[in-house]
Design a protein around this ligand. Structure first.
Ligand SMILES: Nc1ncnc2c1ncn2[C@@H]1O[C@H](COP(=O)(O)OP(=O)(O)OP(=O)(O)O)[C@@H](O)[C@H]1O
Length: 226
């Protein structure tokens, strides 16, 4: 479950701590049930990326309570956060693959960080690359792939750890319609497998094509949920 209660966020603090800047999220409250799929909508600057950053523990709220996968951030020990982060997959508009690593090693990275045995890494990465249709590109560099292919690698990297929560920030923003549909199909398959999925987007045509409940932000406030 993901629960926000009267959450506010200001940037400008040290590290991931609360800052003294203007409040970019204000009084945001909602609950996402496990296994749900939600769009996150709203105009540019409304706070979509900021809300996702709170959800994947990249920043802490300035006020209110954020609870992710059963852990309340206000009372969580710092030492518990890395393990919690490993249960959350993140996909960005600009893919954020490591350019000097092969596709295989990009996808393997979260498993290696988690200390999995190399035999297991090989099996899991091969399986997930087959799922995204890129097993033939395992040895290629990211730059040798199309944008859509790079995004499928980024999804593979995000889900290879079998996250309970998957958040995607404009994952189709740089893709043509066919590639965007392929990415959406993968995100929906993850949802059908029981993962809680949240996808931020501007693309109203995509939302119309894949109807689902939405969180809608305007000027840092949640204006509708459902
Ligand atoms: N790292 C940061 N430091 C300071 N202010 C920030 C930071 N990131 C975002 N903001 C501000 O927070 C507000 C919300 O930005 P955010 O990126 O969350 O909106 P968004 O809805 O995702 O926008 P877009 O659709 O354009 O990506 C904006 O006013 C933005 O300038």
């Amino acid at each position: 479950m993901v629960r926000f209660a009267e959450v506010g966020l200001r940037y400008g603090g040290p590290g991931d701590g609360p800052g003294a800047g203007p409040e970019v999220l204000r009084g945001v409250s909602f609950t996402l049930t496990p296994g749900s799929f939600h769009w996150l909508l709203g105009p540019s600057g409304a706070g979509k990326s900021s809300l996702l950053r709170l959800m994947h523990l990249a920043v802490r709220p300035s006020r209110g309570e954020v609870e992710v996968l059963g852990t309340r951030l206000s009372t969580a020990r710092r030492a518990a956060l890395p393990a919690l982060r490993r249960r959350i997959g993140v996909v960005y508009q600009d893919f954020r693959l490591l350019p000097h690593l092969s596709i295989f090693d990009n996808v393997a990275q979260p498993l290696r960080v988690a200390g999995r045995a190399e035999r297991q890494v090989r099996a899991d990465v091969t399986e997930i690359l087959r799922w995204v249709g890129l097993v033939g590109k395992a040895d290629a560099a990211p730059a040798a792939l199309s944008g859509g292919e790079q995004q499928r690698v980024a999804i593979a990297r995000a889900v290879v750890i079998r996250p309970a929560l998957l958040v995607a920030d404009e994952p189709t923003g740089n893709l043509d319609v066919a590639q965007a549909r392929r990415v959406m199909s993968l995100l929906q398959q993850m949802h059908r497998l029981g993962t809680t999925v949240v996808v931020a987007t501007h693309a109203e045509t995509l939302v119309a094509e894949y109807p689902a409940p939405a969180l809608r932000l305007a000027e840092g406030r949640l204006v509708s949920h459902g």
